[in-house]
Design a protein around this ligand. Sequence first.
Ligand SMILES: Nc1nc2c(ncn2[C@@H]2O[C@H](COP(=O)(O)OP(=O)(O)OP(=O)(O)O)[C@@H](O)[C@H]2O)c(=O)[nH]1
Ligand SMILES: [Mg+2]
Length: 233
Amino acid sequence: MRDEGCGMRGGVARGALKARRRRGRRGGGMAEVKVAVLGGSGAGKSALAVRFLTRRFIGEYASSAECIYTKHLCLDGRQIHLEIYDPCSQPHRGKLSLTDELHWADGFIIVYDISNRASFAFAKALLYRIRESHIRVCKKMVESSIFLVGNKQDLCHMREVGWDEGQKLAVDNKCQFCELSAAEHYQEVVAMFTKVLRNITSSFKLKEKRRPSGSKSMAKLINNVFGKRRKSV
Ligand SMILES: Nc1nc2c(ncn2[C@@H]2O[C@H](COP(=O)(O)OP(=O)(O)OP(=O)(O)O)[C@@H](O)[C@H]2O)c(=O)[nH]1
Ligand SMILES: [Mg+2]
């Protein structure tokens, strides 16, 4: 994966996610990919996003405003305009109204803190909420575009959530899983984001294949109507 620069848009109004539902392609064949990083308060959402975008772990991150970070990169020879949504502080017991995020995002990274059981329960609730709404849309997409991340692996001496519990939750919800540390594991963070992007772009390709182009579908329609008639003459 080649990095081609990044930027950040802070203070995103809730309406901004709604207004930004356009999917798939930008000009010049560039794929537009939107990833929402969700999870309980303090799980490490901003740390993960910033680590991926800047390679750095800063330690303290503003959590009063939601942001959309943007990055241009090249993955498997394909140009990608990536947008990463980092919401402001999400309380564990917050109301799980994800309507805007669900419409906006092509993929989700659900983060919990392995040293905080409440954050795991919140991640579980988020997964159920995403699955129940997406299952009606496209089963295949749900299975490939959600990544469950157990963050703060460096705090394993304070562990409250076992690796096997995270793995089981991921298997039950047919999503991918890893444990890592945004603080210490830059390569793992990049590998995780890369998998998410690969899954999303290959689901785009699948959709493009399934949907016949305008001229092809018109030809098919004409053939269906006149082809059949011709037979009966
Ligand atoms: N030890 C350790 N601390 C981490 C790690 N990732 C994040 N943190 C710390 O956890 C705290 C919360 O991290 P954030 O990235 O702000 O978490 P968040 O999910 O964005 O939090 P909100 O925006 O408030 O919901 C910060 O003090 C980070 O420095 C990690 O991998 N290991
Ligand atoms: Mg944050």
